[in-house]
Design a protein around this ligand. Structure first.
Ligand code: PEP
Length: 251
């Protein structure tokens, strides 16, 4: 088993938390960060990034955004550039989350352009892939995941500038999770597809996260798998006890 890749536990706060709540949550996580061996990442809503940064400064806890624009500046009302995210101290950006693909019609091509912007600004891109329930029921999971990898990851991907998050859409926020066998198979296939795009050496280094209804109660069985290098956590990232509980399950 290759667990030489340091596990990453990333919290996607989505559109949740007030300033006071976000700061309190970040403080609680920072105070417990030394109890876990994995890397911890917080991805709050954009207006909270500066406030959360004030809490994580000087700690090992990393900060990331939930999206970025594909340009570095310009007339793009409401958008945030990867350049500015890097400037304020972010190290990561989540791209192609299924909620952005659904709510904003983001295509693989647009996700790939944002990934390029992230890399251009030295941000690590967390690229989300995953099938819908109807695609799963039609037996198309592997072909969907392969197509998203081919379409969303531009040339130049490395194990350092990219993290892949496999998130079955039907498992997000639903309390439902795939079987351990399915996650084993899909993560192995994801690594193979990444190897075809970026080479076998980079594929050994790239971290592949599982996301979708991870909780402290179910995290161990997924995080122990050879090709699962951590988790992207939504709901359970909003409580320090649950987030740290999941992080504590990393082998
Ligand atoms: C997510 O939205 O990335 C996610 C994994 O959500 P949840 O943990 O709530 O299923």
């Amino acid at each position: 088993m290759n667990k030489s890749r340091q596990s990453l536990i990333a919290g996607n706060w989505k559109m949740n938390m007030s300033v006071a709540e976000g700061c309190a949550l970040a403080q609680q996580i920072v105070s417990q960060a030394a109890t876990v061996s994995c890397e911890l990442l917080l991805c709050p809503p954009a207006p909270l990034l500066g406030f959360v940064m004030a809490e994580t400064n000087g700690s090992e806890v990393q900060l990331g955004s939930q999206d970025c624009h594909f340009n570095d500046a310009g007339a793009h009302t409401g958008d945030t550039s990867a350049k500015l995210l890097a400037d304020i101290g972010c190290g990561y950006v989540i791209l192609g989350h299924s909620e952005r693909r659904a709510d904003h019609g983001e295509t693989d091509q647009q996700v790939a352009a944002k990934v390029t912007a992230a890399w251009r600004n030295q941000l690590t891109a967390i690229i989300c892939i995953g099938e819908t329930e109807s695609q799963r029921d039609a037996g198309k999971t592997l072909s969907v995941v392969r197509a998203q990898i081919a379409g969303s990851i531009p040339p130049g991907a490395t194990g350092a500038n990219t993290v892949i998050a496999y998130e079955p859409v039907w498992a997000i926020g639903s309390g439902k999770v795939p079987s351990v066998n399915d996650v084993t198979k899909i993560h192995a296939e994801t690594r193979t597809a990444f190897a075809e795009a970026a080479g076998a050496g980079e594929a050994e280094l790239v971290r592949i996260l599982y996301g979708g209804s991870l909780k402290p109660e179910n995290a161990s069985e997924f995080l122990a798998l050879e090709d699962v290098d951590g988790g992207l956590i939504g709901g359970a990232s909003l409580k320090a006890q649950d987030f740290i509980g999941i992080a504590s399950s990393c082998p």
